[in-house]
Write a protein that binds this ligand. Sequence first.
Ligand code: NAG
Ligand code: NAG
Ligand code: NAG
Ligand code: NAG
Ligand code: NAG
Ligand code: NAG
Ligand code: NAG
Ligand code: NAG
Ligand code: NAG
Ligand code: NAG
Ligand code: NAG
Length: 442
Amino acid sequence: MLLCHATALIFFLYIYFSDTEGLFLRSQQPYAIRGETFTWVCNKRGQQNPENVVFLKFGNGRSDINSLCTVKMGMSGCMSMVSRYSRYKCGCINNDTSSMYLNITNVHGDDDGKWACKQSSINTVYPVYLPVYYGPENVRILANTRGRFEFTEGDNATLTCDADCKPQCNIRLYNKTINISDTSSVNKKQLLSSNGSLSLVNISRHINGSTIICQAIHLHPSFSGTSVTTEIKLKVYYVARNIVFSTTNNEAVIEGQDVNITCSSTDSCYPPCTFKWRFISPHRYYPSQYINHYSRNSDIGILSIKSVNRRRSGEYRCEASNSRHSRLHKYRNLILTVCYPPQIKYLRSDATNNKINEGSNITLTCSVDSVPDSNISWSRSKESQLPTIGGKLFIPIATCGHADDYTCTADNGVGQPDTETISVYVRCKLGLYCSKVENSEN
Ligand SMILES: *[C@@H]1O[C@H](CO)[C@@H](O)[C@H](O)[C@H]1NC(C)=O
Ligand SMILES: *[C@@H]1O[C@H](CO)[C@@H](O)[C@H](O)[C@H]1NC(C)=O
Ligand SMILES: *[C@@H]1O[C@H](CO)[C@@H](O)[C@H](O)[C@H]1NC(C)=O
Ligand SMILES: *[C@@H]1O[C@H](CO)[C@@H](O)[C@H](O)[C@H]1NC(C)=O
Ligand SMILES: *[C@@H]1O[C@H](CO)[C@@H](O)[C@H](O)[C@H]1NC(C)=O
Ligand SMILES: *[C@@H]1O[C@H](CO)[C@@H](O)[C@H](O)[C@H]1NC(C)=O
Ligand SMILES: *[C@@H]1O[C@H](CO)[C@@H](O)[C@H](O)[C@H]1NC(C)=O
Ligand SMILES: *[C@@H]1O[C@H](CO)[C@@H](O)[C@H](O)[C@H]1NC(C)=O
Ligand SMILES: *[C@@H]1O[C@H](CO)[C@@H](O)[C@H](O)[C@H]1NC(C)=O
Ligand SMILES: *[C@@H]1O[C@H](CO)[C@@H](O)[C@H](O)[C@H]1NC(C)=O
Ligand SMILES: *[C@@H]1O[C@H](CO)[C@@H](O)[C@H](O)[C@H]1NC(C)=O
């Protein structure tokens, strides 16, 4: 762009001022290259008295004009040169007072700007812009996040690469990381972006350790593809995705047994995680307490309880975390059920002293504590198994024949079944109690 503008400008000035008297700058190239030599040619057009010729450089300010080199003219033509700067040399070309040169050796960045040449007594000038090309240099990669190229899995980030170049360089980002098992990829870089901007969405652990190269290439022909590269390494922190137990998520053990449940992950954490078990409910028993002792960077967590007690039933959590990266944690819950055999808390009836009148109803209630729940069955001395299942036995419109010993049996498959017996008395219409079982009267 700059190149085109400069060329157009010079061309335009040439056409426009070709009929005008004055001094005009020309050059072979419409740009200078930093560090190299550049030559301005100042041509006189029209009839003018031989007079000193001054090469001017305009600064940024309006009145900021520097006289850098003066060609002194005498009666007999070109005399000498005056310059305060060793980099600037001027004179007449072939001892011709209508054609002067200004040689700039070791072009500097601040030679970039507008130039002109003029006769010392004439104030009209025709400035020409000279761009100074350079680069690439100061190639740098930046991330739009705080941590320097350190991310957490799932983050989004944009990497941008910049370089100091004139005219602008072409900037490319490559993945340098070589896949060792793929021989064809060795020394082959994978192009990630050809505009210097790389968007990383939902950053994955797979890019951890990747080396990103930024290459700034000068495409201007005078630089013949000069390129400078810089590289950075990506770091991605992540936590295990998949936590597993050595048992099911819903584990039942029998009271008195030892519990030994291991928690680990099928994938890894970076940096390494610590696995901790915590009892989370019901809180009244062990408020938010860590169950096991854990060591730093242990890659498993063990829930270990000797001779487990029924109050240890509840929900446990195994958490994988890294204390330095609090955002990185993952957990899985486990329900521990401690089973124990049935114990009949009471067996009673809704009748005073278990005595009812003939024709009344009576309900027997058998209350059992057990985990898991028990199957409750009923029997009586006269009849081994009653059809009723469950904690309540209802006897409607009792008759004399219902007077008996009733037994409640609770069985949950853990340990021995528990039994309890209750005697039911039925008062006959005659006011007498029906004889129950003979031997239970004492
Ligand atoms: C330049 O030309 C003048 C006369 O026109 C002459 O006196 C002078 O010596 C010349 N200088 C050189 C370097 O040829
Ligand atoms: C000025 O530069 C040109 C080429 O850039 C060179 O040929 C010439 O000798 C130089 N003249 C002086 C006086 O340095
Ligand atoms: C990353 O970008 C995606 C889609 O652009 C968005 O769904 C996700 O929430 C972003 N993640 C973060 C951590 O901002
Ligand atoms: C590396 O190359 C091998 C062979 O081409 C391929 O099977 C494997 O998936 C590549 N690994 C990565 C991480 O790209
Ligand atoms: C750079 O190129 C990518 C496609 O390769 C595009 O998505 C992105 O918008 C471009 N960025 C800029 C700043 O032009
Ligand atoms: C981010 O990538 C992970 C796999 O690495 C995927 O499971 C998840 O759904 C992705 N999230 C988004 C918002 O795309
Ligand atoms: C770079 O290439 C390696 C190997 O093919 C790959 O595992 C990694 O994900 C790539 N990184 C990026 C940022 O694309
Ligand atoms: C992630 O990359 C860093 C280098 O950037 C490396 O030191 C570390 O071992 C890598 N982590 C994993 C788990 O590959
Ligand atoms: C718990 O089980 C692990 C293997 O699953 C075993 O290595 C360890 O010795 C067991 N600990 C106890 C106290 O039984
Ligand atoms: C006894 O139970 C029967 C149903 O079996 C009911 O109809 C009757 O009302 C009950 N009698 C009393 C006194 O609750
Ligand atoms: C409880 O009763 C159910 C249904 O009859 C039966 O499947 C189960 O095995 C019984 N449990 C015990 C511990 O007897």
